[in-house]
Design a protein around this ligand. Structure first.
Ligand SMILES: Nc1ncnc2c1ncn2[C@@H]1O[C@H](COP(=O)(O)OP(=O)(O)OP(=O)(O)O)[C@@H](O)[C@H]1O
Ligand SMILES: [Mg+2]
Length: 113
């Protein structure tokens, strides 16, 4: 299995508003090259689930396994197109595209130094 979403839940915790459970017990298996759409009303948690797969949002319950490894943080093996514009306005298109690639290359350089 390529991507396994195993009984995943998300609860946002806020000191003032307490805890808010967005969803629980999501189970989904996706094979390599499979094209999947997630449909649901506004606020049901589609973006939250995608952010969890991207490693940008903590997983409150369960686990998300990508090719046998549990997702704990973002990585260059996953890309995400955000719902809202998320470009650096002071960079041009090419510089925005190159930004993560340059970061990755400089990390690799540091590791091999
Ligand atoms: N950082 C956060 N802290 C607290 N609650 C949040 C946070 N992010 C999202 N939520 C809440 O979680 C729920 C799910 O939000 P999410 O953005 O995942 O919905 P969605 O399905 O993508 O909606 P839409 O179709 O409008 O894009 C909403 O009630 C939202 O207000
Ligand atoms: Mg959304």
């Amino acid at each position: 299995m390529f991507l396994n979403i195993d009984q995943v839940g998300k609860t946002f915790k806020d000191q003032e508003q307490g805890s808010f459970e967005v969803f629980s017990n999501i189970k989904l298996s996706i094979e390599e090259n499979q094209f999947v759409s997630i449909l649901g009303p506004s606020g049901c948690g589609k973006s939250t689930l995608l952010s969890m797969i991207a490693g940008l949002e903590d997983i409150s319950e369960g686990a998300i396994i990508l090719e046998g490894s549990e997702i704990k943080r973002p990585g260059p093996d996953r890309g995400m197109v955000f719902q809202e514009p998320s470009l650096f306005p002071w960079l041009n298109v090419k510089e925005n595209v190159m930004y993560p690639i340059k970061k990755l290359l400089s990390k690799k350089k540091q590791r091999s130094a």
